[in-house]
Design a protein. Structure first.
Length: 330
């Protein structure tokens, strides 16, 4: 009996429990629900960073570094200056030799005889080499003989100022030194007139001049101051060809090079001024430097080559001038 009672009680409790569960479940699923407020989280705005561009468009100026240093033109320092050949020529003309007493002209003089005895005296007085007869100097001497008879004078310089240098030029004799001996009167023979010159210090020195290489002579008989007499002339010379020749072709080349050098230098100076006036940061700076540096080697090479040519030319001029000066030291 008691056991049945317990079973009834347990059944009641199970019914009650089931009802409570059903109520809660129904309430949660079907019945109204309480809304719980949820705290809002503010949105985070992410700002995009703007990256600065380093493009050429945003750069006002682009710094440019010079590609190469500015080259240096070669300094000439006067090395391209040409020496000047000596233009002064030497003339030796001792006072005319004239016999004081005029005698009848029974003697005869000859060009060959005068030249022969002149060379004999040179050989006997110092062993000097014989002078070569030069037909141009013969013509020079003959012009002098004819002029003295025509103008009635007996001097190395004519009344109108024509002297030995002028005669040499007139006959086309290019010389380093020329000399002239004059004799008027009857000396008896070719040897006699040469001996008379040798007895006169000035004429003797002319005959024995070590610089002479050529000789011309002329003799003539005519009326001078109302008397018939002989005039004899010796024309001595050292031809210009005896001295080292000056290379005028080389000089022309040097002159042409110097003009080109001067023009290039002017262009270089203009370009250098442009470089100096242009900031290194400018885009054109490198272009100006490049143009300048291209020209400098050409300029330097031309200066170097011309310097060698000038040295060679000046050495020749120096040798020529020394020859001229030595001939004048008699």
């Amino acid at each position: 009996m008691f056991g049945q009672l317990l079973k009834i009680l347990a059944g009641i409790l199970m019914l009650i429990g089931a009802g409570v569960f059903s109520y809660n479940y129904f309430g949660q699923t079907v019945g109204p629900r309480e809304v719980t407020k949820v705290q809002e989280v503010p949105a985070v705005v992410v700002k995009k960073e703007t990256t600065k561009s380093t493009t050429t468009a945003q750069v006002s100026q682009k710094k440019v570094v010079a590609k190469a240093p500015v080259a240096s033109p070669t300094k000439t320092n006067g090395s391209l200056i040409l020496k000047t050949p000596v233009v002064e020529k030497n003339v030796v003309a001792p006072g005319p030799l004239r016999v004081l007493v005029q005698a009848p002209t029974t003697s005869a003089l000859s060009i060959l005889g005068v030249i022969e005895h002149t060379n004999i005296e040179r050989a006997q007085n110092g062993g000097l080499p014989a002078l070569a007869e030069n037909t141009v100097l013969n013509r020079d001497a003959q012009m002098k003989v004819d002029d003295m008879f025509a103008k009635q004078y007996f001097e190395h310089v004519s009344p109108i100022g024509v002297g030995p240098a002028d005669l040499a030029k007139a006959v086309g004799y290019a010389y380093v030194i020329v000399g002239e001996n004059l004799a008027l009167g009857d000396f008896g023979s070719d040897q006699g007139v040469v001996t008379a010159w040798m007895n006169s210090p000035g004429h003797r020195a002319n005959i024995l001049n070590v610089h002479y290489q050529e000789i011309g002579a002329a003799v003539g008989k005519g009326i001078y101051e109302g008397n018939e007499t002989w005039i004899a002339v010796q024309s001595f010379g050292m031809p210009l060809s005896a001295c080292p020749a000056i290379d005028y072709v080389l000089k022309s080349q040097i002159d042409a090079n110097n003009i080109k050098i001067a023009n290039l230098r002017t262009e270089l100076d203009v370009k250098k001024a442009l470089i100096d006036a242009t900031p290194v940061s400018e885009y054109d700076y490198n272009m100006y430097v490049s143009e300048y540096n291209v020209m400098v080697p050409e300029y330097n090479a031309l200066v170097g080559n011309n310097r060698i040519l000038v040295a060679n030319y000046n050495a020749g001029v120096q040798a020529f001038n020394s020859c001229i000066n030595a001939a004048g030291a008699h």
